[in-house]
Design a protein. Structure first.
Length: 72
């Protein structure tokens, strides 16, 4: 799951820059999977999303909090 790994790295870099005193806006993360973007933005649970592991829930929470925005 590449999106979750990218989000983890972006949050780490955001934290590092914050400690250095650099004010951060929302991080734009480019993702080529329209399905991953849709799952991160859509908070409705469907039968076909039951198998999704914890990584997508992590990405969904971070996007909801406004720290990261996913774009294609």
């Amino acid at each position: 799951m590449a999106v979750a790994e990218g989000v983890k790295e972006a949050l780490w870099l955001r934290g590092l820059l914050g400690e250095l005193g650099v004010k951060q806006e929302r991080v734009k993360l480019m993702c080529d999977s329209q399905s991953a973007i849709h799952l991160a933005r859509n908070h409705v649970h469907h039968a076909w999303t039951k198998h999704i592991d914890i990584g997508y829930h992590f990405v969904r929470d971070v996007v909801e909090e406004g720290h990261i925005s996913l774009t294609k």
